[in-house]
Design a protein around this ligand. Sequence first.
Ligand SMILES: O=C[C@H](O)[C@@H](O)CC(=O)C(=O)O
Ligand SMILES: [Zn+2]
Length: 280
Amino acid sequence: MTTHISERFAVHSDDYKHYDTEKLRKHFLIENIFEADTVQLTYTHYDRLMVGGVMPVNQEVTLEPVDLLKAEHFLDRRELGAINIGGAGQVIVDGETYSIGNKEAIYIGATTKTVSFKSADAANPAKFYINSTPAHHAYPTKKVGMSEANVLQMGASETCNERQINQLLISSVVQTCQLQMGMTELKPGSIWNTMPCHTHSRRMEAYFYFNVPTDQAVCHFMGPAHETRHIWMHNEQAVVSPPWSLHSGVGTANYTFIWGMAGENLDYNDMDFHKPNQLK
Ligand SMILES: O=C[C@H](O)[C@@H](O)CC(=O)C(=O)O
Ligand SMILES: [Zn+2]
């Protein structure tokens, strides 16, 4: 069993505008989320949000403390959210087993000592996409399925942005210190997410795109509204959105993505909107 962890420092928007494709990808794109029987993590210095994935195949995979945290247990001063995008799985938290199926989430509170992940069937493994943030209060661990989620219908087919936003780890559903997570599903024929787009300098955000057909891609947009850039993304890749950046994408087919946020305010709606005809 292995943990792969890398560290990403924060970028200033004045620097970002001079980046070429390679440098943009190096600093913002996270290409490898799932590797069999491995904990894959990226420690970002955007609100210290960690982005990663666990895909248990042949064994139970344990979340082990990493040297970067200098903590006895991974979650001593952190909270964690996981959403399963694969087959049926289990998350074992301090000896208690939670069954987490496809599109289901679990919130794991700070001071938890042990966390491990299992798949029900190695031929159809669970894939837990993970976000973890610093936390200074221990809220209870809670499973959140689609029946507990707060579901929003957004957009319209005329503007190619008809989508369902499943707010899973949101303050009306589960108590967290700063983490918010959910999953947005684009309807067939709709390809634009988060359009009209927005910023929220109180919080950073990370997007994880999946259910992207192998011969298709998603063009993700970032930057201040007057200075946008794009990153072409493939299936099961994540992208970090700094507090100064909008985050929106257009696919060559419909797709699904998980959004996760950290920082100030647990108010999902406190966004500053940018109309399409204001973008540059
Ligand atoms: O701050 C909130 C996030 O950017 C996403 O939840 C937006 C989103 O899923 C969408 O509009 O499709
Ligand atoms: Zn946002």
